[in-house]
Design a protein around this ligand. Sequence first.
Ligand SMILES: Cc1cc2nc3c(=O)[nH]c(=O)nc-3n(C[C@H](O)[C@H](O)[C@H](O)COP(=O)(O)OP(=O)(O)OC[C@H]3O[C@@H](n4cnc5c(N)ncnc54)[C@H](O)[C@@H]3O)c2cc1C
Length: 388
Amino acid sequence: MTERNWAGTHTFTAEAVLAPTTIDEARRMVASYDQIRSLGTRHSFNDLADTAGVLLDLTGLDADIVVDEDARTVTVGAGTRYAVVARHLADHGWALHNMGSLPHISVGGATATSTHGSGDGNGSLATAVRALEFITPDGELRTVSAGDADFAGSVVHLGALGPVVRLTLAIEPTYQVRQDTYAGLTWDDLLKRFDEVTASGYSVSVFTRWNTPDVGEVWIKERLDAASAPDMPERVLSARRVRVKADSPAADGVDNTTEQGGIPGDWCERLPHFRIDATPSNGDEIQTEYWVDRAVAVEAVAAVRSIADRVEPALLVTELRTVAADDLWLSPGFGRDSVCIHFTWKNEPDAVREAIANVERVLAPFDPRPHWGKVFSMPIRRFAPASR
Ligand SMILES: Cc1cc2nc3c(=O)[nH]c(=O)nc-3n(C[C@H](O)[C@H](O)[C@H](O)COP(=O)(O)OP(=O)(O)OC[C@H]3O[C@@H](n4cnc5c(N)ncnc54)[C@H](O)[C@@H]3O)c2cc1C
């Protein structure tokens, strides 16, 4: 097997990768193998999607996008990339509540791991799921919908539910967003006025390298569908609005980010960091992320900063985002408003392993929950009881 994940950090050990192009073909495949696991666009950084059996790559299934305007939902093939469904929705006057940083990730794979964007009031992308249609081991189709007893345990399923072929998501009328970048936020302001920073827009991302005199950049994405469109301030606390486009968070020197500078655009062209028509270069990176309760976020951020010198050698950039609590059993956001402390590392596994061990050591008192699709080393038994 030479098939790898997107970043090339994991080579799948499965016997084979099957690629059905119709739901019926997928059903026949499921019924004829003992052990099968689903594959999305392979953007997870660890072995989450792997199996000793066979992999079912569902990205070849038809997108077949169906908007139900009365129910305010869209139903779509689970292997469809967010970019495809988002563009379709915007073109037809509709929107999702949020997007992850990368629009190229499949809807089925992203919601399976509780992939998220940012925003104090925004749940993860999984919170938009209203129904899932999946294949049972005998090849039958089954649907779980919001309101069913099993629903909250089925949405963030980490691939364990069986191959999901169709997903229904909540939609709302389309809206415009502007994106502005700010520089020069002091550590004092971030740590003492954290809530003001994250409340400064619909979706706020704070980028840092931990060891710099000031924090770094703040990217603020603001909705323009309020009664009067907000004119963003020149300053957010100590941070100044900058007119020059910020560097890509992938640190690849490529202009692949969505429009900044306050120019309004469709939600799907501002909420992701990366443009639909571009890709963050070659995936030469490793990612890690921990969700902590908002109530202890400032202390958790300060704890990581206290080991900046041990994190920095392996680091490309850290991003801090906020996510609203949900009730999805396996979601890292279950039952608590969260701050997500993310690390994009250099593709240097040994240095990253050491940095992760240090980060997990200082975050341990704050009951961190790892992003399931990124690299972590903490044993599951440490956070499982806390997640009940
Ligand atoms: C450049 C980059 C940027 C990223 N940005 C973000 C971000 O902004 N926010 C964030 O939270 N995460 C982010 N991630 C992580 C990523 O969103 C998650 O790892 C996500 O789960 C990947 O989705 P995928 O379609 O690639 O799924 P895969 O990695 O292929 O699979 C992930 C899991 O979902 C299961 N699965 C996939 N499809 C199906 C299906 N149809 N039916 C049943 N199970 C299925 C798999 O079995 C596996 O368990 C990023 C990753 C990369 C590489």
